[in-house]
Ligand binder design. Structure first.
Ligand code: NAD
Length: 445
């Protein structure tokens, strides 16, 4: 089967409900004339991109990594070396030839234009809307990491592309892996079924010691934009701040429990511990109250501070009890406690949710099941963007204002960005970046 026919076959098997017989033959590998290999491309060959590629290549059936791209050659080389080592016993899975290793800020187009069925998008999230939109335009199935954007225009771009992906029946997974983790899959539906009655308040936390240190000195790079790219976490246009980049996981669980989006939020935050200029412009703590339409409040805190109380978890109180959740899957932390009666404690298996999310996505592609997490990923992204808009501005902001009028923090020309482009934030002559100031910073366009 030619590559085009093979892709059409995979597409067709996704867009029509397969008969049990055909499905059986496909699953048993007896689809004689067909080649059911899923060819994968990777954009963003860092820690998570390499991990996601490994998980993609570990799904059932024939899978090959055939194209990779990154801003920097170092990432391409180290990712491929890691993957080749991981698949030493199945070398055919890592099949990237020299012509399909792409470097630069346009690498995403070259990977997506390659003969692939699915693309993994794992760059810093500021690029995600542009990369996602292009992948949908080219008819690729997609696994994209969270968050799916860093600002409201990006969320709107993702929502528009998600709709097109749905129309084309493309499969889209989003790296909010708690939604594929057993303790959550077991307990959240119990809450939806009324185990704690109506939810009246929620608490969600990502309070931790922080992430990696800035990765390059100015003397090692060609431009200010390259400097920021290496240390993307510390720049809002690339990362969205840690409320968006990390705490999205816990906000996502809050929205999933409550089954609705908040209607407004207010909060406060700042930069107290990680205040040195080498840490760019982001805050090190945020505390936000999200209000739902029925008056329920979701209290959210996230911080990056060492030697402090640390907690990454989600909780809700209802009219009949409480629920506690934590991705550590421990029975101590995953329980439903009614005000009267026995607590229910999750004691089941804990398969790696990063693997499960890929297993589910690839199965959906092979079996033609619908699978599109882009919209819910965009909503959780929007909640974290709204939280940041509140902490940066010090204002109370509604969901609708934020979604429809939230200011752009990424450059307009993300699709055409080059190493010599001007980034949206630059330091003063002392190397100090402007930091948001509540009461002064404007976040609505
Ligand atoms: N789901 C999870 O639990 C989880 C865990 C870690 C990271 N992530 C997400 O994965 C994404 C990547 O994070 P990471 O930890 O792998 O970061 P990383 O810095 O290790 O990797 C990012 C890679 O993207 C490359 N890159 C930057 N801009 C690019 C561009 N325009 N085109 C191509 N490549 C580009 C960088 O050079 C780097 O190799 C982020 O969105 C992050 O939030 C998710």
């Amino acid at each position: 089967m030619s590559d085009t026919n093979r892709r059409n076959f995979l597409k067709a098997s996704s867009t029509v409900a397969l008969s049990a017989g055909l499905l059986g033959r496909l699953q048993s590998g007896a689809f004689a004339a067909g080649d059911d290999t899923i060819r994968v491309g990777l954009v963003g060959c860092g820690g998570r991109g390499s991990g996601a590629a490994k998980q993609a290549l570990s799904t059932e059936g024939k899978v090959q990594l055939v194209a990779v791209g990154d801003a920097f050659v170092e990432s391409v080389d180290s990712s491929l070396a890691q993957l080749q080592k991981a698949f030493e016993s199945k070398p055919e899975r890592v099949a990237v030839d020299a012509d399909h290793k792409f470097v630069g800020l346009d690498a995403y187009r070259k990977v997506i234009d390659s003969d692939i069925d699915l693309v993994i998008l794992a760059t810093p999230p500021g690029f995600r809307p542009t990369h996602f939109e292009y992948a949908v335009e080219k008819g690729r199935h997609i696994f994209m990491e969270k968050p799916v954007a860093v600002d409201a225009p990006g969320v709107r771009q993702v929502l528009a592309a998600a709709q097109k992906a749905k129309e084309q029946q493309l499969k889209v997974g989003v790296g909010l892996q708690r939604r594929h983790q057993n303790c959550y899959l077991d307990i959240v539906p119990r809450i939806h079924d009324g185990a704690i009655g109506d939810i009246t308040s929620l608490r969600v936390y990502w309070n931790s010691g922080g992430v990696w240190e800035p990765r390059r000195e100015r003397s090692q790079v060609r431009s200010e934009l390259e400097y920021q790219l290496w240390s993307w976490y510390y720049y809002n246009w690339l990362c969205g701040d840690h409320i968006c980049e990390q705490h999205i996981h816990n906000l996502d669980i809050g929205l999933w429990l409550k089954q609705q989006n908040p209607v407004k939020a207010r909060g406060m935050g700042g930069r107290q511990v990680r205040a040195d200029k080498r840490y760019g412009e982001i805050f090190d703590h945020h505390a936000v109250e999200f209000f739902f339409g029925d008056g329920t409040v979701m209290y959210s805190t996230c911080s990056h501070m060492s030697n402090c109380y640390h907690d990454v978890s989600e909780h809700a109180v209802g009219t009949k009890g409480t629920v506690d959740l934590n991705n550590n899957s421990s029975p101590r932390d995953n329980r439903v406690t009614p005000f009267t009666g026995e607590a229910y404690v999750y004691r089941g298996e804990n398969p790696d949710p990063y693997q499960v999310e890929h297993d589910v996505l690839f199965k959906a592609i092979r079996e033609g099941q619908s699978h599109n997490e882009a919209e819910s990923g965009a909503m959780s992204t929007m909640a974290s963007v709204l939280g940041r808009m509140c902490t940066y501005s010090g204002k109370e902001i509604t969901w609708d204002e934020a979604l429809n009028h939230g200011a752009r923090v990424t450059p307009e020309n993300m699709a055409e960005l080059a190493f010599d482009s001007a980034p949206p934030t630059v330091p003063n002559e002392d190397g100090v970046y402007p930091v948001p100031v509540p009461g002064l910073t404007r976040v609505l366009a």
